[in-house]
Ligand binder design. Structure first.
Ligand SMILES: [Cu+2]
Length: 289
């Protein structure tokens, strides 16, 4: 990989996983800290033939309520000023401080087919060196052109991750994104009825990929408008249908922890580069909890 591409992957990884120093104090020992009524078990699955969408890379405008304006910016700790661009089209997240960058939080998508089954058990309440949280998740889906099939199996909760609180790997009914410091601030602040951060095995056309993947999943309030544009904080619709998000940043898991590594999607973008991340949205879900 050339250095420019490496930098792009690193930046994307930071944007997708980022929390910040804001909640660094939340990292404390998880030993013995449990959620009330543990174990709290929740199951979700997609309906047969349901609507599944592949999010394509695209620019993401910055929400004034979170980031302010170019004239009076807010929350530099969430997104430094050199990662923002004041362009004729508006205020955008940027790789170079001048032009809008391609992100996984765009309004561009393609219909695909797929299914998801998720079962989580929330026991441990906060991140730490070990966890009693459990994940059994299985996702199957295709590329937008239908030529590539993917399967992702997640069986292990990550007890803690760099940068932000993760509730011991599984969180139920947790507020995140926006300015919360939990997850990327490029997603609006939302209620996640299920959230997990786990280690996944990715199969591409039936072949197990060499690296364990960093996986984030959420079942959340509806964050898309009638045109399927990703909304800002004030557009999140608690009355809308819930949505499930499967997110694989360009981050793999090694024995020393997470490291920058593009997801081997094999899916070529118009710029001839392979898409280095996955953001899959499942629209038709049923929940048991
Ligand atoms: Cu999230």
């Amino acid at each position: 990989m050339n250095s420019r591409k490496t930098l792009f992957v690193a930046l994307l990884a930071a944007l997708m996983v980022v929390g910040t120093a804001v909640v660094a104090i939340a990292h404390s020992s998880s030993s013995g800290r449990r959620v009330i009524d543990a174990p709290n078990t929740v199951e979700m699955e997609t309906r047969d033939g349901g609507d599944v969408r592949w999010i394509l890379p695209g620019p993401r405008k910055l929400d004034k309520a979170v980031f302010g304006t170019p004239e009076s910016p807010l929350r530099e700790e969430l997104l430094p000023l050199d990662k923002r661009a004041d362009t004729p089209e508006g205020y955008f997240v940027s790789g170079d401080g001048e032009t809008a960058m391609m992100t996984p939080f765009s309004n561009k998508w393609a219909p695909i087919t797929g299914e998801a089954e998720v079962k989580v058990q929330d026991v441990t309440s906060v991140s730490g060196s070990s966890t009693e949280d459990k994940i059994h998740a299985d996702f199957k889906f295709t590329s937008p052109d239908g030529k590539i099939s993917y399967r992702l199996v997640v069986k292990r909760a990550l007890p803690e991750i760099p940068d932000h609180e993760n509730f011991g790997g599984v969180g139920v009914n947790a507020l995140q994104h926006g300015a919360t410091g939990i997850g990327t601030p490029l997603m609006p602040q939302l209620m996640a009825f299920i959230a997990f951060w786990g280690a996944g095995d990715l199969y591409v056309n039936g072949e197990l990929q060499p690296e364990k993947r960093f996986v984030h999943f959420m079942l959340s309030e509806n964050v898309r408008d009638d045109d399927y544009n990703l909304v800002f904080n004030d557009g999140v619709n608690p009355q809308g249908d819930w949505q499930a998000h499967l997110i694989l940043p360009p981050v793999a898991l090694g024995s020393d922890g997470p490291f920058d590594n593009p997801v081997p999607t094999g899916f070529e973008l118009p710029n001839k580069q392979n898409q280095p991340f996955l953001h899959i949205m499942f629209e038709d879900v049923q929940v048991d909890g």
